[in-house]
Every structure is written in C-alpha cells, then in structure tokens.
Design a protein around this ligand. Structure first.
Ligand SMILES: [Zn+2]
Ligand SMILES: [Zn+2]
Length: 165
C-alpha cells in the first residue's frame, strides 16, 4: 500500500463531508498575501461544492444559474489560472475540468488523482514515494518532465458494491 501524505475524498453525492477548500483558501491567501476576490471565491465555492471536476463552460453555467450573471469566459479562465497557481485547485487533464484542492501541499508536489468512472468524483493523494519513483523513471529515460500528472480511473469506495456474501 502506497504511503500517502494525505488522502481525501472531495465532497461527494454519497454524503462525503463538504470540502473545506474555502477555509483552506482563506488561510492560504492570507498567508501568501493573495487576494481572494469575490469572483475567485465564487468559482472556488462552485468547485468545492462539486465532487466531480467542472469544466470552464459548466462553471459559467453554474455561476449564471446561481447569481443571474454570466461571467465572460476570459474572466473565468483568469480565475482558474489564479486558483491553479495558488494551489487552490487542480486541473484534471483527462476531463479538461477543475477540482478544488483543500490540501496544503506545494504546487510542485506530484498529485495522484483517482477518478471514479461511475460517479465522476475525484480524490487526490500525494506522496514522496511516487514522486521519487517517477523522478527515477524520468532520470533513467533521460527525460525532463515539465509537468507530472497521474490520473487513475476506476471506481470509488462508494460506487463499489460491498462484496456479495
Ligand atoms: Zn491538491
Ligand atoms: Zn464513485
């Protein structure tokens, strides 16, 4: 079993506790002197409320439904860039969508995403052993990775039927 520094399920339709991404974001922004503007907070709230990653256009729809205002795509992309850079959200490459991150890890940390094919929820874990092993693999291949993304697909604990008796 891989030792992870943190394992966390995002708020899930199955009754996971809601993500505390907002609380973490407030602390992190204060610490790093970043500004959590109203639109940044609004985007993060939508991401934190969803167990599944949200694409930029779905995000705009959600914001429109919630507030009656439809933000320009460019503003939403700017906010997403800010959240990614601040380590408050992640991009799930395979889904071209975003999840809030409630963990306090460095932006450079390798994160493993576990994506449920059934309910779409995403959990993340990061751990030094994976990071070390991947770095060794890249070194062995004389390859210099610019980004390191690990996405696993399968079924989350909630979607896995308990073993039939
Ligand atoms: Zn994270
Ligand atoms: Zn699931």
């Amino acid at each position: 079993m891989l030792k992870t520094r943190h394992v966390h399920d995002h708020a899930c339709a199955h009754g996971h506790p809601p993500s505390d991404a907002l609380r973490v974001a407030e602390a992190r922004c204060a610490e790093k002197r970043l500004k959590l503007t109203p639109i940044r907070r609004e985007v993060l709230e939508h991401l934190a409320a969803s167990p599944a990653p949200i694409g930029a256009y779905d995000l705009i729809e959600k914001m429109h439904r919630a507030s009656g205002r439809r933000p320009a795509p460019i503003s939403v992309y700017r906010v997403l860039d800010f959240l990614l850079e601040a380590g408050l959200a992640h991009r799930i490459e395979s889904r071209n969508a975003y999840v809030a991150c409630a963990h306090r890890h460095e932006a450079s940390d390798l994160v493993v995403f576990m994506i449920c094919d059934t309910c779409g929820c995403v959990s993340e874990a990061s751990g030094a052993p994976v990071q070390r092993d991947l770095a060794a693999i890249a070194r062995g291949a004389d390859f210099r990775p610019a980004t390191q993304v690990v996405e696993m697909f399968g079924r989350c604990g909630h979607c896995t039927e308990p073993a039939e008796a």
